[in-house]
Design a protein around this ligand. Structure first.
Ligand SMILES: C[S@@+](CC[C@H](N)C(=O)[O-])C[C@H]1O[C@@H](n2cnc3c(N)ncnc32)[C@H](O)[C@@H]1O
Length: 338
């Protein structure tokens, strides 16, 4: 089985190790981009990749064709997709991604956009009666445009690690306060946390300039934002946000004051773990925490993650961890107070 794996450029090895542990030893076919690896894996259940952290997205690569960046590629892709199109029915989506240098040309030089590909491949399928559904497609026709090769494959929505690449573009829309808020937006969507935030009490450590506090307050949570730095005026003036202009290490609260704890401090993992453990009693039993884990300058991301989780173990159970589309050299964790 051939797959296109996407990952942060520093997390390729970690993503391949995770793939090996879940699906068997991968054979690397091509590295068309620093954040994409095409692999052959022994046949297995691709849904197992849902448990991985450093694999960002997985797409099937059942067919490979040559491309050169000219508009002729659209015709070539359409022909190749014919093989799948007949099998697509119900709600579907076409997802096209491209490497930094695809079709022998850069983004700017190529004669077509990924959107052109999605439209060109989607139209004939629609014409057969299937319905485009970018939110909950039951089938996804994926296309990845590599350096001189395009990979195409069909998967079900359930098989995909992340339902949507469309989500990827959603998180690249301009944010309200700062780029960081996309991380929490994406975590809330991925782990379906939105329903629990209304009227909840949330502690946001490392809050400045206020993107996460903004996301929480916009979802109806009362937010205590902690950061020695300033908050954006719109966040500072939000009626549901109060700012404590101090370091997280100096905080004191009563037992079970908060339903949610979120942490995006740019500190080393041991200090982040210390702050989370200190804050544990302030979180109600069963309360949840979303935390980033910064990996910059660290060469063994899987070990950093494992050591962080084991440091937290006396106080928190890990529910999920993922390198989000919006994460740079870091991952995001969902924890529950144990
Ligand atoms: C990546 S920014 C956070 C961005 C924020 N999540 C947002 O959406 O606006 C990291 C922040 O952590 C804060 N920080 C670093 N060490 C801290 C500490 N010990 N206590 C509280 N905040 C800290 C920094 O001042 C900085 O504003």
């Amino acid at each position: 089985m051939r797959l296109v794996l996407t990952h942060h450029r520093r997390f390729r090895k970690a993503a391949l190790e995770e793939t090996s542990e879940t699906l068997g030893e991968p054979r690397v076919v091509e590295e068309p981009d620093h954040s994409v690896t095409v692999v052959d894996v022994p046949d297995g259940d691709v849904r197992l990749l849902k448990t991985t952290t450093f694999v960002q997205h997985v797409a099937p690569a059942d067919i490979a064709i040559e491309i050169d960046g000219s508009s002729q590629d659209l015709h070539r892709l359409l022909q190749a997709a014919e093989g799948f199109a007949g099998g697509v029915e119900g709600h579907f989506a076409v997802q096209c991604r491209r490497g930094a240098h695809s079709g022998g040309a850069s983004h700017v030089e190529a004669e077509y956009t990924t959107r052109d590909v999605e439209i060109a491949l989607g139209r004939p399928i629609e014409a057969r009666g299937a319905v485009v559904d970018l939110d909950r497609p039951s089938q996804i026709l994926s296309t990845y445009l590599g350096a001189s090769t395009a990979y195409l494959g069909l998967s079900t929505g359930e098989d995909n690690k992340r339902t949507l690449v469309a989500q990827h573009s959603r998180y690249t829309q301009p944010p309200a306060i700062c780029r960081a808020e996309r991380k929490l937006d994406e975590a809330i969507d991925l782990w379906e946390l939105g329903g629990d935030l209304r009227e909840a009490a949330a502690l946001d450590v490392g809050a400045s300039p206020g993107g996460w506090s903004w996301v929480l307050a916009s979802a109806g949570a009362r937010v205590t934002a902690v950061d020695p730095g300033e908050l954006d005026e719109r966040v500072a003036n939000h009626p549901l946000v109060s700012h404590l202009k101090t370091r997280a290490e100096t905080l004191e609260f009563g037992e079970a004051t908060f339903d949610w704890l979120v942490n995006d401090m740019n500190v080393d993992p041991p200090l982040a773990a210390e702050v989370l453990l200190r804050a544990r009693p302030w979180l109600r039993p069963g309360g949840r925490a979303v935390s980033t884990l910064k990996m910059a300058g660290r060469s063994r991301p899987r070990e950093v993650l494992a050591s962080f989780v084991s440091r937290l173990e006396p106080g928190y159970a890990l529910e999920a961890s993922q390198h989000l589309y919006s994460n740079r050299q870091e991952v995001t964790l969902l924890l529950r107070r144990s």
